[in-house]
Write a new protein. Sequence first.
Length: 394
Amino acid sequence: MNHKKVSPVSSIKLALPVAIIGTTQSLLVIALPIIVGLTELKIGQLSPILGLSALAYLVGGYLWPKQAVPGHRRQLLKRLLVAATVSQILFVAALFAGTQEILGTIALMGALFVTRFAYGLTVSGVYPTVQAWLVIEHAESKHTRHLALTQMSATISAARILIPLITAGLIIYQPEMVLVLLIGLPIAALLLLPREHPRLVNRSPTTTVNRWPEMTIVIPTILVHMSLGLTEFIIGPYLIVEWGITFDNTMIYTALLLATIAACMMLTQLVSLRYRPNPGFLLIWSPIGIALGTTLAAIYPAALPAGLILVAISLALLLPASAAGTAAGRSPDAQTQASADLYTARILGHLLGVTVAGPLFEITSHLPLFIAAALALIAIPTSAGLRRALAINT
């Protein structure tokens, strides 16, 4: 029987929906002063609302991977992105309902939590589905797989340059337009979903085992991304307190800082495509770089941009390295769930960091950064399992 060979889907095309969805976190950081102004909630109140909604990502990471089977991945992604768009619309509607005093403080906090929970529950299926799709499409060798994963990370970084720059322009024109982007991004991701070409498989699509996340993957990832959540969430408030700049300028500076960070990440990943550093080596040195960057920003507030750039470079190298360690030595069936474990841990860690960032910041503005540095260093010994997997698969 003659079968026509199907070319793999481009890693860049696959990464675009994930890249666009990923920038919604940056938008929340930029829009934080607007959200505080509309709701009149304190940072210490808003931080737990946004952070505790991370529980939805844990639930979604457990539920969706079983549905991500070959031939049905695009259909699943389409349903998830439609639901994510609806939840974002309701989130923005709740913000404006608070300004009109339609909702009281408790009802408003509940509405914000529910809509963010719904968003997390749906969008948590996008990244693991796309990453598993990419790994299977580019599974010729470990070098090909790591190359595709690095290209995916670079594409995500490129989106995190473009979207904050667009946001900065919108803030100059009309700050509330940032909230329109929160709705528009899931729609854009939906429109950019690539076609799924039918491929020959010699296994049943029901062989994927649905289980709770694997601790070898989850613990180091949560620690690193909790560190990042602590750092990222306080950028705007830190600029206000330590730099003494105005409300509107804070949002613009935050957007430009996030764009600069993303540019550094993308350039780092493009350079790494040429030199291909050892992923196991990066699992040690990248967390050290994150710790040094957050410590620098905490000790010398004027050096915040330099500290964030160091964090960005370290993270840019760590993301594909941790993804490669997660996929190493696993069958294609197991890679879908392992990708879900990684994504769930990344988001959960980030939003757990967000949960405690506000209360810690209210104690002292430097405390979140020092704790972020400690968490990054603790992640190094807990990543031993991923390093062993990479060594065995070499």
